[in-house]
Ligand binder design. Structure first.
Ligand code: MTE
Length: 436
């Protein structure tokens, strides 16, 4: 039976804010360590990754030696027809024009893929989830974990939740194209997002059964995909700490996506699903979860997924969590329209801070705005589809703009505050079209 827990209770918001400010103080005090990596080393790594964010194929092949590789030569298992996807290194970005008419949920075949290395092909029957750490009763070492098999998870109460997964760097290329900023990372346009109906068990239920104590502060899921190499150095398997308050709130261990067993590229047999947070939190192919009584650090909450740059605290911001607000048209870049002919523009807007309550659209490059008709009721963790009729009268190039406001009162700004790795873009995107 579907159950929809509000994503952001005042308490969880408060806990998240307290956690962030505590974390920020720790970073500023120089306490941040990623598995023994010093802050200076992290900054060196950061510089190295700015130069080399995508691995050469040969390095990827070496890195994935311990996992069953995907289709020979491709880091992604599913077909990637060019009319649906733009391939970007080990990743695949969904084309927005391919979402036209697809309904609220993104079909699995069309869902973007963000892989640090290569999709491992895992069997549910062989899979185990191991929970360990000093935040569990009895202080369990990694060699003495509490284990769950796939059938054990399926036997727990199931919940279903509609939520987006969106890369923290979605929209990154617009820092450059619209704002002239140099940023590192995959140059996504706006297609590093998808919405699915996820089914699984509450992470809270699993943590309780594993013997969570009140001393636990962080939980760190780790993927079973190959170790990630950056700047020629292994950073280990993908893993990122999550505050216990969020883990106990609305996080799922998902085994189904849109009514099907989780596809290989999206984490089969089980992934973490952290609603409204940056996609890196939703660890795919989860194999173990460390439950810790002390704050945890990994490259994914120290070197990556923090905000660096002159607009941010020296040494970087706290690790990023909730996503920003964005809007996109279900149209190709450079789409053409005929002067004097009526058309209906379609698009979607979403936010990590709440549902979308209003969308304004400009068809004249931002000079005038009209409210769009909303087709979904505002709901947290997912997008709202919208439309607006348009009869262009003047031939020539122009820009379409959409500007969303969410239930937390956030309206997309004209420019986004930059950061060196191009995360959390939220400005209104100027979508180029031509009227013939
Ligand atoms: N989990 C593992 N184990 N390995 C990964 O490379 N990528 C993360 C996250 N979980 C990743 C992972 C990132 S950065 C994102 S945006 C999402 O998965 C993408 O999920 P998707 O490929 O299902 O769209």
């Amino acid at each position: 039976m579907p159950s929809h827990t509000p994503a952001t209770t005042p308490r969880s918001r408060h806990d998240e804010a307290a956690y962030d400010s505590r974390r920020l103080r720790q970073y500023l005090a120089g306490e941040a360590r990623a598995d023994g990596v010093t802050r200076r080393r992290l900054l060196a790594l950061l510089a190295a990754t700015a130069a080399a964010t995508t691995l050469p194929r040969a390095a990827q092949a070496r890195a994935s030696a311990s996992a069953t590789p995907a289709t020979a030569g491709s880091p992604i298992v599913k077909p990637l027809p060019p009319e649906w996807f733009v391939q970007r290194g080990t990743n695949a970005e969904t084309r927005w024009e391919a979402l036209r008419g697809t309904g609220h949920h993104t079909p699995n075949e069309l869902f973007f893929v963000r892989n640090h290395t290569t999709t491992p092909v895992l069997e549910a029957a062989d899979w185990r989830l191991r929970l360990w750490g000093d935040g569990l009763r009895g202080g369990r070492g990694e060699d003495r974990p509490v284990e769950f098999g796939y059938d054990d998870l399926r036997a727990l109460p199931a919940v279903t939740r509609t939520a987006f997964v969106e890369c923290a760097g979605n929209g990154r290329s617009h820092y450059t194209t619209q704002q002239g900023e140099t940023v590192s990372g995959t140059p996504w346009t706006l297609g590093a997002i998808g919405v699915a109906r996820w089914r699984g068990v509450r992470l809270a239920d699993v943590l309780h059964r594993a013997g969570l104590t009140r001393y636990a502060v962080d939980v760190q899921p780790r993927g079973l995909d190959a170790e990630y190499l950056s700047g020629g150095e292994s950073l280990g398997r993908v893993r990122r700490p999550l505050p216990v308050a969020k883990a106990m709130d609305d996080v799922l261990l998902a085994y189904e996506m849109n009514g099907e067993p989780l596809p290989a590229d999206h984490g089969h047999p089980v992934r973490v699903l952290v609603p409204s947070w940056v996609g890196i939190a939703s660890v795919k192919w989860v194999g173990d979860i460390e439950v810790s009584a002390r704050p945890l650090y990994s490259p994914w909450n120290t070197t990556f997924y923090r905000l660096f740059g002159s607009a941010h605290p020296e040494g970087g911001s706290a690790p990023i969590g909730r996503q920003t607000t964005k809007s996109a048209f279900e149209l190709a870049s450079g789409a053409t329209f005929t002067a004097g002919e009526g058309r209906v523009l379609h698009g979607r807007s979403w936010s990590g801070a709440g549902g979308i309550v209003r969308v304004d659209v400009s068809t004249d490059g931002g000079s005038s705005w009209r409210p769009a008709r909303l087709h979904d009721r505002p709901r947290p963790d997912t997008w709202t589809r919208w439309s607006l009729p348009w009869r262009p009268d003047t031939p020539g190039p122009t820009h379409l703009l959409a500007r969303a406001t969410d239930s937390a009162g956030r309206t997309q700004p004209v420019t986004s505050v930059p950061n060196t790795q191009g995360y959390l873009f939220d400005a209104v995107v100027r979508h180029p079209v031509t009227v013939l």
